[in-house]
Design a protein around this ligand. Structure first.
Ligand code: PEP
Ligand code: MN
Length: 349
């Protein structure tokens, strides 16, 4: 249920509604917009019915009580009256009118590799640095990531460039180590429905980049986000990274309709990962431009100084020397969709 307060509602009137909701065992989620306060009463089917029977519409300061029609509640666009959420990571913003380019290697391989990539993507105008230390590999016989050593190298790259770090968490046992260095925790496509992991990063409170599962519907993606939000972590961004279809001419089918459709359904920022959908670098630029023009709030892309020698996903990595030109083009496409250009790139616009 969603309780929309009148513009004139006092703090005491809001408090009364919150108390009544909590007394029947539902969680009261308060969201104050520019004009009105909306209180989401979040609970199971039973508590929902109890909240409905409270007669809240008759209370002073209450404008109306409306059901939240979607199975996801905190992720729904309705709960914020259609206002987009903006996630702040250090001094960077993602969502609303802000677009963020996140770039870096698939996996951290060595100090030289990660620092060379970090310098190149920073100079090109990327806002955040990505890099995996724990890698979800299809085969257990391929490189699995440098783990803690990889995290230490990411910490060095952060220190060196000042860029916030996005890195994947696969196992809840590694959460303390990841929290030491990650500004954004990535939950990979294969873990999108690992519900214990989702709840745990929800409790950790750190911003989360949640990737769409290989065969997940948008509703399943939003329900996965709900697990994180429900634990009190509002800093969730969604990421389309290609889905499985009958087409085999490329690694996955980049579902760009997910961008405008998710924006109808949710207030959460929507990112696109063209690298894992494409599987080869020749396709990455076109898909990045299309994603930015479609209104994505950001792009996460793989970049490597020597893709031929990469231990993971080399064929799809952009070359560091091509990154600056690529980033200019992507920001121009994002501007077409109404995004502000980062100040560092504005001069070249
Ligand atoms: C990655 O970002 O390197 C990755 C493994 O992504 P995904 O979970 O989308 O396959
Ligand atoms: Mn990868």
């Amino acid at each position: 249920m969603m309780i929309v307060m009148k513009e004139t509602a006092s703090e005491a009137e809001i408090e009364t509604v919150v108390e009544k909701i909590e007394r029947v065992g539902a969680h009261a989620h308060r969201s104050s917009g520019a004009r009105v306060t909306v209180i989401g009463a979040i609970g199971d089917v039973e508590t929902d019915a109890q909240v409905g029977a409270l007669g809240l519409e008759g209370l002073p300061g209450v404008d109306r009580v409306v059901p939240i029609l979607k199975p996801y509640k905190l992720a729904s666009a309705q709960i914020r009256h259609g206002e987009p959420s903006v996630i702040e990571v250090g001094s960077r913003r993602i969502g609303g009118s802000s677009f963020a380019l996140i770039a870096g290697p698939c996996t951290v391989e060595s100090r030289e590799q990660v620092l060379a990539t970090a310098d190149a993507v920073k100079a090109g105008g990327a806002a955040l640095l990505r890099g995996g230390a724990y890698k979800p590999r299809t085969s257990p016989y391929t490189f699995q990531g440098l783990r803690e050593e990889g995290l230490a190298l990411l910490a060095e790259a952060k220190e060196h460039t000042g860029m916030p770090i996005v890195t994947e968490l696969m196992d809840v046992r590694d959460l303390p180590a990841v929290l030491e260095i990650a500004d954004v925790i990535q939950i990979g496509a294969r873990n999108m429905q690992n519900f214990t992991l989702l709840s745990e990063v929800g409790r950790a409170g750190r911003p989360v980049l949640l990737k769409r599962g290989l065969s997940a519907t948008l509703e399943e993606l939003l329900m996965a986000a709900e697990y994180i939000l429900k634990e009190g972590n509002p800093h969730v961004m969604l990421c389309e990274r290609g889905i499985r279809t009958f087409e085999s001419a490329y690694r996955a089918t980049l579902d760009l309709q997910a961008v405008p459709v998710l924006k109808e359904l949710t207030h959460l920022p929507v990112l696109v990962d063209p690298s894992h959908a494409a599987g080869r670098r020749e396709l990455v630029r076109a898909m990045s431009l299309a994603a930015a023009a479609a209104g994505a709030d950001g792009i996460i892309v793989e970049v490597h100084p020597k893709p031929e020698e990469a231990l993971c996903d080399g064929p799809q990595a952009l070359r560091t020397e091509d990154f600056a030109e690529y980033a200019q083009a992507v920001h121009a496409a994002a501007a077409l969709a109404g995004k502000e250009r980062p100040k560092s790139l504005a001069r070249a616009a």
